[in-house]
Design a protein around this ligand. Structure first.
Ligand SMILES: *[C@@H]1O[C@H](CO)[C@@H](O)[C@H](O)[C@H]1NC(C)=O
Ligand SMILES: *[C@@H]1O[C@H](CO)[C@@H](O)[C@H](O)[C@H]1NC(C)=O
Length: 256
């Protein structure tokens, strides 16, 4: 007489033949939900000054830094810069901007050095995203350090003068998002904004609440997604595996 296991005796006898196919399937599932990717990076100034960058799903904009002396943190941005780049995503989407680092020379109205963030595809003072309606400068940012465009375009402009540029500059993350119900990317927990799945677990915070970088990223990068239906399949298959292994090791044994 055979012992009957949870997955059914007849299935068990053929499962060893399937096991290589199933492990291949698991491999596919695990790689399909892999790690997010870093946003495409643009430097200011750089080759893209004056251009429109179209249809990206996430961008990272940094000030070009030059090394001053031996200390790695002693850097300077370039003098006499005026660089403008417009970032455009698909119509219907909007852009979430987050300043992840910021140190620009302080001056009255930021008239010496400053970063201008415009809502839309052109430079216009009434389109500045900053509440004070001038450029951003300084060494600390008053919160919030994030901005949201009303449409699918944002324009960034970085301006510096010729003197004292020994500052660490800035890093701005631009992440397009949609607000519709069906999302094939990642949904930020608090705002319910739908961002690209590449933005999740890529070590950059691209949701206001940081929910795109949860503490269990190492598990998610290994293929486990607690909030996703994908999760149940690898778990179900691997538990069937364990049962099959147990069955093969013990074989058939008479019931006393
Ligand atoms: C920046 O511009 C000023 C005024 O035109 C000039 O005097 C200075 O040499 C320039 N600095 C650099 C590093 O090009
Ligand atoms: C540049 O600015 C910093 C910070 O405001 C200041 O500490 C430093 O002395 C300035 N350097 C020069 C050469 O003006």
């Amino acid at each position: 007489m055979e012992t009957t296991l949870c997955c059914g005796g007849s299935l068990m006898s053929s499962i060893s033949r399937w096991s290589s196919a199933i492990s291949f399937l698991i491999l596919i599932v695990l790689t399909a939900v892999g790690e997010g990717t870093s946003p495409k990076q643009f430097t200011m100034p750089g080759e893209t000054c004056g251009y429109i960058v179209d249809n990206g799903d996430q961008f990272k904009v940094v000030s070009q830094q030059i090394q001053l002396g031996d200390e790695p943190e002693q850097t300077s941005y370039l003098a006499n810069v005026s660089c403008t780049i417009t970032f455009r995503t698909q119509r219907g989407k909007r852009n979430f901007l987050r300043l992840s680092s910021f140190e620009v020379e302080t001056s009255r109205f930021c008239s010496r050095d400053g970063l201008y963030l415009y809502d839309g595809g052109r430079e216009a003072t009434d389109k500045l995203l900053s509440a004070n309606k001038h450029a951003l400068c300084g060494t600390t940012l008053s919160l919030p350090n994030y901005f949201v465009s009303t449409g699918h375009e944002v324009t960034l402009k970085f301006v510096t003068d010729g003197s004292n540029n020994s500052f660490r500059g800035f890093t701005v993350l631009i992440t397009p998002f949609a607000e519709n119900e069906d999302c094939d990317g990642f949904i930020c927990h608090m705002t319910k904004r739908c961002i690209t799945k590449e933005a999740s677990c890529n070590k950059e915070y691209q949701c206001e609440d940081g929910s795109d970088e949860p503490p269990n990223c190492h598990l998610r990068n290994a293929g486990f997604r607690p909030s996703s239906t994908w999760c149940s399949w690898p778990l179900l298959l691997s538990s069937c595996f364990m049962v099959a292994c147990q069955w093969m090791l013990t074989g058939t044994r008479p019931i006393p």
